[in-house]
Every structure is written in C-alpha cells, then in structure tokens.
Write a protein that binds this ligand. Sequence first.
Ligand SMILES: Cc1cc2nc3c(=O)[nH]c(=O)nc-3n(C[C@H](O)[C@H](O)[C@H](O)COP(=O)(O)OP(=O)(O)OC[C@H]3O[C@@H](n4cnc5c(N)ncnc54)[C@H](O)[C@@H]3O)c2cc1C
Ligand code: FES
Ligand code: FES
Length: 1347
Amino acid sequence: MQSTRTVADTETETRSGSGSDELIFFVNGKKIVERNADPEMTLLTYLRRKLGLTGTKLGCSEGGCGACTVMLSRYQTHTEQLVHLAVNACLAPLCSLHLVAVTTVEGIGSVARKLHPVQERIAKAHGSQCGFCTPGVVMSMYTLLRNSPAPNMADVGEAFHGNLCRCTGYRPILEGYRTFTTEGGCCGGRGRESGCCLTNGSAQEVDDADMLFNTTTFTTFDPTQEVIFPPELMSLSKGQRSRSLCFRGDQVTWLQPDSLNEFLRLKWKHPNARIVVGNTEVGIEVKFKNMVYPVLLSPSSLPELNSVIRCDDGIAFGAACTLSHMGAVLREAVDTLPPHQTRVFLAVLEQLRWFAGLQIRNVAAVGGNIMTASPISDLNPVFMAAGCRLTLTDRDGSREVRMDDGFFSGYRKTTLRPQEVLLSVHIPYSKETQFVSAFKQSPRREDDISIVTAAMSVTFIPGTDVVEDLRLSYGGMAATTVLAKETANRLLGRSWGEELLQEACSSLAEEMTLDPSAPGGMVTYRRTLTLSLFYKFYLTVLQKLHLQGVRVEEVQTECVSATEVYHPDTPSSVQVFQAVPEGQRQDDVVGRPMMHLSAMKQATGEAVYCDDVPLYENELYLSLITSSKAHARILSVDVSVAERSPGVVCFLFADDIPGSNATGPIEYDETVLADGQVTCVGHIIGAVVADTQLHAQRATKAVKIEYEELQPIVTIQEAIAAQSFYQPIRTIQKGDLEAGFKQADHILEGEIHIGGQEHFYLETNVTLAVPRGEDGEMELFVSTQSASKTQSLVAKALGIPANRVVVRVKRMGGGFGGKESRTTMLSTVVAMAADKLKRPVRCMLDRDEDMLITGGRHPFYGKYKVGFLSSGKVVALDVSYYSNAGNSMDLSLSIMERALFHMENSYSVANVRGRGFLCRTNLPSNTAFRGFGGPQGMMVAESWMSDVAQTLGRSAEEVRRLNLYMEGESTPYNQILDRLTLDRCWDECLSRSEYQQRRAAVDLYNRQNRWTKRGLAVIPTKFGISFTAAFLNQAGALVHIYTDGSVLMAHGGTEMGQGLHTKMVQVASRVLDVPCSKIHISETSTNTVPNTSPTAASASSDLNGAAVQNACDILAKRLEPYKTKNPKGSWEDWVKAAYFDCVNLSANGFYKTPDLGYSFDSNSGRVFNYFSNGVACSEVEVDCLTGAHKNLSTTIVMDVGHSLNPAIDIGQVEGGFMQGLGLFTLEELHYSPRGVLLTRGPGSYKIPAFGDIPARLTVSLLRDAPNDKAIFASKAVGEPPLFLAASVFYAIKDAISAARAESGLSGPFRLDSPASAERIRNACNDRFTKLCPPAEPGTFIPWSVQV
Ligand SMILES: Cc1cc2nc3c(=O)[nH]c(=O)nc-3n(C[C@H](O)[C@H](O)[C@H](O)COP(=O)(O)OP(=O)(O)OC[C@H]3O[C@@H](n4cnc5c(N)ncnc54)[C@H](O)[C@@H]3O)c2cc1C
Ligand code: FES
Ligand code: FES
C-alpha cells in the first residue's frame, strides 16, 4: 500500500513548514545533532556507518538475534524517572530517538580504559567464543543491572530471551553472570549437590585449580559508578515543550505530532500513513517485504495513546503502550487486586512471558499487535476471549467496539476505517465464576512465533458447574484469530464433565479444520492442538471448580501434570577436568583453562570483524541478483529500471568474468554467475554495484528476470525416483552379510530421515575486496575458514595467478563448516566487481540471503536392515544412506564418506555393508557442517539400535553396552581400535548421571503421570580424526621473533571462535618458553602461510599445533647457545644476542599426519589418525498433549586426551552439544514443493536459545587419557561432541514410547529428526490424535516438503 501524498505535501504539515527538524540524541554521553535524519535509517546503521561504532553487531535485521542490542535511556517527565531499556538497534528507527540517550557496548568500557564488570565477567567466564553475539549479550545484562542491580537468575534468564549465541551453548554466559545475582555463584557449581560453594558452605572443598575461572580476579561491581544520564539531556528533557517533529528523507517522511488533534488530522489527510511505535512489524515489512511507506506517523508524544487508565471494570491501555509497560502494570494489578478479578490479566501475562524477547517487548506496542491483525498474534486470542473493548477514533469522533471475530475482516485486516486509529484497549476484570487460560505452542519456547495460540474463558452460573458463557479463541487456525463459536454455543448450559469434554472435542475437530495445504503446514498437529489445549483448559477448570467447592469430577492425580504451567528451572552445571600435573611451572599454560585471547576485545566491541573494517573512501557496495526458480532457463534479464535507480554503478553477469566461470571447491561443477540456466532458488545470476548498501539492494529488486521453468527435483525421495545421483556411489563392506543375516535370530528393517541444518553463524558471509592498483594485485578481507581456497578460486575467476591475490582472515563470527567452501561464491563475485571497477567493493549478506544461498547440513535418509541375536547382539547390517547434496557436488562426497565411516557409530558389527548415494537436486548445494556427515551416519545407527532394543523389549542401555566396541576390534573399514576409551567414558557417564536410580525414577514418574512422560537415553560417540582426503592433513606455520623479544606468529588455521589462536599461542609459549603475552597472532593470510587446508575436520589444533611446534622448536634450538652462554639472561637478551650474531629469527614450520591413506577399492589403509570418544546421558520430560519437551539433565563424559585448554575444550563440548540439540530436536528448514526455502531468518528458523540448555548439565573431561597421536597428548574436540545431543533425541523417543504404551502401542516406531513438537505430538497417539487424522498423501499440495 502506498500513500499518494507527496513529500512536498507532507512538509506543509510540519511545524516549520519546510525541511527536517533537528534530531537531538546522545550516544555514549556525546551529544548528536542530526540535521538530516533519514526516516529509513535504523539506529544500527547510524551507529556502524555514521559514527563508526562497530561494536554493535548486525546478525539478522529482524529483531531475532539480539546481536544489535543497545540500551536506550529516557527521562520520563510524568514520573520524573529515568527509564533504561534494552532494544534492538536493527529495528529502532533513527527518528524515534529524539531526546534519548543511547549506550552501546563501547560506552561502558574498553580494554584500553577499563572493562565494565559485565564485559570482564563474560570474558573471564569463557562466555565469548566467536564473540559476535557478545556485545549484544553484554548490553542485555548491562541494562538489566541498570534497572536491577541485584537480579536473580530468573531475571537474567528473562533478560536474555532476545539474545542468541551459536557458539557457547550459553552455560558459561549464565555462569559468568550468576556472579551478579542473588543466587551468587563463583565455583561453577562445584559445591555440594552441584550447588555453589558460597551458598552451601562447602567453599573449602573447592579446589581453585579445578575451576574454569577465578572470581577473585573479578572487578567488584559497584552500581553507583555507572555512567550518568547526560545532564544536558536531562535538562533538555525537563525543559522540553511539546512540539511536533518532521524528518524528511529521500522516500519517507516521519511526522511526530504533539497533539492528538494534529495526529488525527494527519491521519485523516494521509489515510495510508503507517503509525509506527516499536517498528517491529513495519520495520520487517520494509526490510523484507519491499514495502515503502512514504509517511510514517509517530504517536510517541501523545499522552492519550501512552497512558494507562484504571477504570471500575478493568484497565484501559493507550494503544502505544509498550508490552513491557503493560506487563508491569498488569503484574502490579495482580499483586494488589483480589485474585478473582485478575484472571484475564494473568492470561495476558502468561502470553507476554513468551512473547518475543525483552528487546521487542520493550518497544512493541499493544496497539501494534492488535492492528497488525496477525493470525498468530499471541495477545489477540486473549483479548477476544476476554471480550476486551477497543476505542477507535478519527477526526470526527470516537467509537467503541468489542473485540470479537467481527473485528478482523481478513488476513491482516481489521474493520478500522483508513482514517481511524486505535486509541486504547480496555482489558476487563474477570468475574468470580469466570476462569481464563491462555496457551501458546511454538517450535521454541523462548522468542518464537506461535504454531497455535489460544485463550479460553468460561463463566459458570454461580455455585454450579453449569456453563453460562464460554469463549474459545484460537490463533494459527485460520487467516485471522477466530472464535470457536459453534462449539462454545453447543456447550452452553452443560455441566463441566466428561460428557462435555467429549462433545467439545468432537465439535472442535469439526469446527477447527484446516486445509491440508494451509500455509505454515503442520496441519494435523495444529488441529490436534486445538483439542489438546482445550483438554488442558478443561482439567484446569475442573481443579479450580473443585477448589471453589463446586461438585465436579475430581482430576485424577495422574492427569494433574497436564495442568501445570511451564516454569523454567534455574540451570545448574558442573564441569570436571584434570588439573595440570603437580610441578608444572606456573607460566606453562598448556593444560590450563586460559581465557580466549580475544575475549576481552570481543566483550568491549573492539574486536574487528570483516565488516568492521572502516569504509574506504571510494568504496562501493555489492548486492547479489539470485534466482527465484529452482530449475529454469533464463530467457531474459532486464536492468532498464534498475539502472535508473539512484547510486547504481554497474551490473555484473557471466559475460563480465575475465577468467573462468567454472568454480567449486573440488569439482568445478558450478558457475560463478549463472550462464543461461539456474539450478536452485538462490543461484547467483549477477550482481549490482552501487554507492551504498541501500541503493545496491534497491536496484537488485528492480532487476527483472524472465524464466522458462523446468521440473525441479527437490526431495531425496524425488531424486531416488528419478535416480538422480552424483557419482560415485560409495560402498564399504566387510564380513559376510548373507551369513550374518542367517545367523541372526531376528531381522528388522527401518528408516529414518534426518533434516538439514542451517549454520546460523551469527556473522553472515562477508567480503571486502581491495584492488591494489598494480600487477592485478587484489587484497581480500573475508570471513572464511578457507583462505587458500578463496585465493585460488578468485584467481581462477579473474584469470590471474594466485600470487596476485592475498586473502586475509582476522576472525570470523562463527563458521561451523558453513564458511569452508561456500564463502567463495560471494568472495569471487565481490573480487570480480573490485577488479572491474578498480575500487574497493564490500558485501555482507543479509541473513535471509545467507540462508537462501549458502546451503547447510545435508538432509539424510537412511534405510536399514539389521540382523541380531536374541541377546541383542547385532550380527549383520545393511544400510543405505541418501543425502540431499543439492545442485553441485561441493564437499558432498567427502561428507557421505564420513557418514559411511561412522555408520556403526561405536558398535562392533561383524558383517556389514554401507552404501552412500548423493542425490542431485535443485536445492542450493549443501555443504560442510560440524560433524561433516558423521552425525547423520551415527544417527541412523542409533535408530536401528533403538529398534533392536524395542523389538526385544530390552533396555536400550543394555543393548547398546552389549554392542559397544572393545579394544583391538576393527571397524568396517578395517581400522583397528587401540587405546579405546569408549568403555571408560560409558562407565563414568553412567555413574556420574546415576543412571540406574534415574531409570527407576523415570519409570515411576511415567507410571504416575498420564500426560507428561519422562525419557532417558545413553548415547556414545566415536569420531574419527583426520581429513578423509589424506592430502589435506598438512599444515604450516611461520614464526618471527623481533629484536624486542616479541613474537609474531602465523599458521594455517583460522579463528572462528573455537579458540585455535589461543591454543596455538599456548603451544608456542611452551616450546619457546616465553609468556603468552609476548606472542601475537594478527591474522591468517595467504602470503604468510601458503596452501593451507581449510580450518575443519576438528584437526586444526593437531595439524597447526604440530606445525607451530616445529617452527618454535627450530627457533628454540637456534637460541639455545645464547641461553647456555648467558643462563641468567632474559629472553630479550638471548634474542638480541642471536640477532647481533646474524641468526635467522624467523622459522617456518610444517607438519603432516603420518601413515594415512585409505582405499575404498581394497577397503584398507588408515583413514583416521585416532578417534575421539564420548558418552552422554540425557533425561527429558515430554508434554504429550502439546509435544513440547523440557531438557531436564545431561551428563557428558568426553575424552579429549590431555586437554590443551580445558576451558576452551569444555566450551567446544557444550557448544557442539547445543548445536546438536538444535539439529536433533528443534531446527527445521522448510522448503516448498517447488524448492523455495521458506525459513530465512531467526523468526522462522529456530536455533536453541538460553532456555533450551538442560536444567542440569555436567561435563566431565575423561582423566588420564593421553593421546600419543597429537600435540602434547591432546585430542580433537570441535566436532565429536555434537552427536552426543542424540541422547536428547533418544530420551524423547523413550518418553514417547511410554506415552504410546498408554494407548497399547509397543515395539519400534519411526521418529524422524528433528524431534520437533509436531513430531512428538503426532507420535503420542491418543484419543485426541484419533479425532484429527491426516489427509491422504497425494491428495493435496503440502505447504512444505521433507527434503
Ligand atoms: C523478533 C520478533 C518477535 C515477535 N514475536 C511475537 C510474538 O511472540 N507474538 C506476537 O504476537 N507477535 C510477535 N511479534 C510481532 C510484533 O512484535 C507485534 O505485533 C508488536 O506488538 C507490534 O507493535 P509495534 O509497536 O512494534 O508495531 P509497529 O511496527 O510500530 O506497527 C505495527 C502496525 O500496527 C499499526 N498501528 C500501530 N499502532 C496503531 C494505532 N494506534 N492505530 C492504528 N494502527 C496502529 C501500524 O500502522 C502498523 O501497521 C514479533 C516481532 C518480532 C520482530
Ligand atoms: S541484528 Fe538486530 S536482532 Fe539480530
Ligand atoms: S560466541 Fe556467541 S555466537 Fe559466537
């Protein structure tokens, strides 16, 4: 919708009558007077681009990750109070900041000045790995402390509802910040019963050497020392007279009138003007839905829209009241009013608890939620069920309407007239005989949009159980929020009992139907939820009636847990690791929990990521033109409109490539820019280069492409049907399969599909290319795990030798495999543009582009036949793997090979055959992701192992233990297992988790509860370490010692948060025998260490560590004579002496892993250097009615050899585990049947959040397990722990089995991954699921397909 008014027209509405007003605000205490405030600009862009404050990060632009969190402070004249709010700078319009103080991460501390305790503690507690989320986390915590200097852990949890971290697994952040809370905590839960040593009096039992961080080094937190609110702003705020404001930009004008009359007059003149409060809807529409709203109207200065009026029959909130403010008012009312009056308020509060994150609630208005009219609004069902009244007003007067289903006239439409505005919403008090409940079911509990949301209100004839009034309101079941009127009418006058329940359910099943193709999918689940939620309400009301003394059926004790409202447990954790040997010198840091070397800079925002490199003077921005079709011929590309767009400098298409258009990390089977054909949605066709990001992106949208569509292959099943496979099809076979199956007492067949996964590194792909002006030299700053691959593919595309291209990688904001090969797609195009224009060119992909273009973890489909004895011993296995490789090979073959190398997980199977098929489809090429096919390989193994146990009706733990490898046995690829620690990990895990007691307790719980079930599972992992492409197992290092004694080191690995540089410095420090403070790693670059392998396969510490050791050994030997000569001298003395003696103080180190070389043909030769092992035991609780689950506890025992750095290694274990938890229980990519990715940001794709960590988490690094195959007896740790999250999946499956048993179902059943709430609910067959049978497959086109 676009306003027809011109800017000139709107100007006449302003106070001054021409141009823009001055926007006055403060940033970190400094006054800013902006005379050209652009209504289209966000605070984030202003901070980063105009002020150069790059500490605040861009992770998503949609309020979903929290990386951009800043604190806004205002002086409220009516309360005479300062208000501090954490907000998302990516959504905050610059123009909304008049007379606001902005505090960014740079404003509270710096490494040079002094860190704020919030910054210091997250760093020292190891809560910052890649650091890209860290400034946002810091600012959320900082704001919490500004408002509440002594919070509790629940407050901390709530403060982080809007922050995501993809690296740490959250535990260390919480542990660091626990030290600010009333619960305290300083020992990482090492006190008695996993508690804090301070609170349970066991301080003396805690050995400081065993702690990951030492709280005595923390600066004291003194809330009185905080930065003060700028005095000038205080007086400006106090002295401000009401005045209207106008800010005029290129396309948009922001009008902020100072009176309701003016506001209504403007709305009357500009009926299409958008009213903006929090901008959490409008901002998304503008950024992602290409909407342009020429006039924005801000009601922030209008008391009528911002006030709260307490009336006789309820509370009226001005439509612009924020959700946080509304929550605070309602909470106060609940605390002060008689309980029966506030049942509606409690229902609103329950919805608010899970409504977005705090940053959104702090700015989003209640009126915005109502007027957006989203069918999945969380508040509208409550407002409807409660019969709230809305006051609507325009220039001609006001009217009051009741909020019922007549209010919403269609998808995102209401009955408001265009000139009308919503003035206020009146929330009524409840009656004594009225009961109200609200429910929200979403994929993730925290900060997620609903699948189904509901509110129910019933009023009884006083003293009876006879229904007088009933309103059942649902969101997510139609294009608008709806009332189940027919059902409600049928139940009027009925008694609240079993008969009513049955009638309600069958009636709801009829009334709440959904088309099987309905947007959002999950149709069966959504329909079942309408019944299940009603059942919860039914039970809850029964209980309450009973408490009121009304004669009703009593709720059976086994059903009580179905009525419980979820409250998170305060998380507790224990970390166990081996202290360094007695006698190790204090300054020898190997084996000690040293902090990540960049952690402090990351916490202050001073760490420089690729997009933080300051703008070059003549720099340009590039935006990619990508395909909207999965498979098509390109008929024409029309740039005629786009080229007239402001700021456009040039377009790039395939013809512009000076070198080769063929690209790809191994096979050159891809194009740099599509040439006539596109093979996936997101296929890069061309690029636009313009003066700014906004202009480049605007022009991109104006490029018109005509396609001739071809039939796409989207799913694995479609590829199998079409036999669309890449070659070769890999097979590993050992033993005699036929004999094995003959020997078996039982044979079963089964299958499992494992969904893909988006990397969701917080920093998206980014490249800055700078031509050097002579000899075709080009310098690239890239966020990549693969500097050398970037160098060679850029050189290939430009048609120049690799020696003209330097690739620099300072650090990445996360990689996880996603930046191993796919980064070159962007960097090659950016380099081409820079080469063509001879100017620096930059591009950082938006989150939606990154998710669309760069692929992710391969979805896998596994089909198996297993033969086993009655004892449970597996004797034969025939398994086929199919991966969805996408539109190019990329690394898919190596990934499939690793899946096959892990097909038996940790179990010995004598007769085995595994085959791997790579499906060629029209999805963006899938790629490396932590684990690299290993997790998928092992997941299928655990599926058949679970089937075996279920077929035999035996404990899965016993069957797994029985099949576990023993020392000296050999794998299907004939590698003998020596120094096996699986059994030790297994036994320690069982004892630490108190498995047997837990099993008994779980079984008892399940006997006592019908609608919630608990489950328990123990899962091992054996992960092979080495690149399976043997030649990649090499690394180099370059170490210089300068004459002042400082050491500059470079090695082949890149830093993506995993702490590689920190470990390398530890290694160098030991070998050179100098403190870490003297050693510096600046970056990874192709001109220091050439031909590097990607930083991947968990092997970077092993490979680069050995190369660093080699280089440092050489230098140490060269210095040895000077040490001997002057034993009392210092390092600097020896270095100087050597220098004057003309000794080379620079050395190059190299390492290759010995004795590797496997052949698929002969099934012989060593694949892996060694194996990393671990075992996890997890316990969960499943809500069988909704499919939601709680992660109650996880115990992990991991063998990392002699840890180089226990803090970093535990960080990898926990971070990997949480990523696996996302993979197996939460993260779902949805594709349309035509191959369009539907999940393109944190709003629709959910990675684990703070609240998903197991309430009790124990991580123990196996003691006394030196590894003779890697540097200083350590082991690789990056990938192996990820698979341990399968313990949560199988615990869920265990709980579902208990639920199915209630319906008389036993034996194996298929559960695909992830075990989402939908899958869990659908698998718990019961009376409600029976009423909502799924539609016949093939009779409809689903919204999304399993790819
Ligand atoms: C990350 C994220 C998470 C979210 N999570 C949830 C969630 O969990 N549950 C949920 O229900 N929603 C959620 N939302 C949606 C959104 O936050 C809400 O709808 C919010 O209440 C909108 O308020 P706002 O002030 O930001 O609206 P704005 O974007 O400022 O405006 C929204 C719309 O309302 C209109 N409008 C606003 N005020 C008036 C008025 N007084 N009269 C007439 N029209 C008016 C505007 O013109 C505009 O069209 C989420 C959004 C984001 C970005
Ligand atoms: S960048 Fe603002 S929330 Fe993600
Ligand atoms: S440290 Fe949190 S995203 Fe990397």
